[in-house]
Design a protein around this ligand. Structure first.
Ligand SMILES: *Cc1c(COP(=O)(O)O)cnc(C)c1O
Length: 339
């Protein structure tokens, strides 16, 4: 018995068509040459909100009955943008609650879509508390960033696209935070192709799903500033869906350092000429750092989003230092290592 019925994922694909786009899957000639097996990039950076989160948010928002008061969510930035975009399509009020750790570029993007923004506290849990208050006091409907069956089915539509585009895909590297994306993709992909391997990748500072899987139950982690800001935040101590999905279907979870993410952002820019945010680059970081179990056949990684502060991006491309909270990440100019 699969925890996510494939029919729900197929239904999501029909629901979100016309709001979220079916994104390109393109080869990375550099990474392919480097690793001796095909490496493909799934460009969720080309979604209208610049991130895959529109898939799940649209699936949930479009399913709401007419006449609801509006929607609310907590977000590290991209889910809020997805909810704001989908709510605007339906003419619904949207209130997005975020912590002070969310970068300004993401906050501005959400406001530009007409959503109300509340900045509360310094963690996702604080933002979540505000969102739940709005549910209780104003009758808004909460849309979880990862622990909701419709949101997960929406993210899992990526598995359908990946296997349509590349039926002989052997592994997928998925940036992992709350686990709606990785758990959903793993559950759907394995129903179509049981031998496929799905590996979650997180940053090594504050990896909530990794720690929870190790503990055998959801645990809290300290939230710290990271280049992969979209991967911050807990999985919720009362997690119902994304934790069991990740536990059942992920083959492995691998952690990467901030320096490895920095280098991966440079690599994808200088070698593939692509701009993406830190959370998107963790799959490439894990490949470059040779932290993955042996991979042979075609391997895809999901470039999950591109919503980063362009000044930070410019600094990294120039090899300058980056300040992350109370840590200074030493810069280094890009130089391709010989293959
Ligand atoms: C939300 C997000 C992720 C992680 O998705 P989860 O479902 O929370 O695991 C990865 N990358 C980006 C850019 C995101 O916004």
């Amino acid at each position: 018995m699969y925890l996510l019925p494939l029919d729900a994922v197929r239904a999501a694909r029909r629901t979100i068509a016309g709001v979220a786009v079916a994104t390109p899957l393109v080869p990375s000639p550099f990474l392919t040459a480097r690793f001796g097996h095909e490496v493909l990039l799934k460009l969720e950076t080309t979604q209208p909100i610049g991130a895959f989160k529109l898939r799940g948010a649209a699936n949930a928002v479009l399913a709401l009955p007419d006449g609801v008061a509006g929607v609310t969510c907590c977000s590290t930035g991209n889910h809020g943008r997805g909810v704001a975009y989908a709510a605007r399509r339906r003419g619904l009020r949207a209130v997005v609650c975020m912590s002070a750790l969310v970068p300004q570029a993401k906050v501005a993007g959400i406001r530009a879509l007409g959503a109300e923004v509340r900045i509360v506290g310094r963690s996702q849990d604080d933002a979540m508390a505000e969102s739940l208050r709005l549910v209780a006091e104003e009758g808004l409907i909460e849309i979880s960033p990862f622990d909701d069956p419709l949101v997960i089915a929406g993210q899992a539509t990526l598995a359908l696209e990946l296997l349509d585009e590349c039926p002989d895909l052997s592994a997928v590297l998925v940036p992992l935070s709350g686990g709606g994306l990785a758990g959903g993709i793993a559950a759907a992909a394995k129903q179509i192709k049981p031998a496929i391997r799905v590996i979650g990748i997180s940053m090594d500072r504050g990896a909530a799903m990794y720690e929870s899987l190790r503990a055998g139950h959801p645990v809290e982690v300290d939230e710290v500033a990271s280049l992969a800001d979209s991967l911050g935040g807990g999985i919720g101590l009362a997690n119902r869906l994304s934790f069991p999905l990740c536990r059942a279907y992920l083959d492995d979870v691998v952690l990467v350092t901030e320096a490895e993410i920095y280098r991966a952002l440079q690599t994808v820019y200088y070698e593939d000429r692509m701009v993406c945010e830190g959370a998107s680059a963790v799959g490439i970081a894990a490949l470059l750092a040779e932290k993955l179990p042996a991979l042979d056949g075609p391997t895809a990684t999901i470039l999950t989003g591109r919503n980063l502060d362009m000044q930070v991006h410019a600094d990294i491309m120039q090899g300058r230092d980056v300040v992350l909270g109370d840590m200074v990440l030493k810069g280094q100019a890009y130089a391709a290592r010989p293959i």
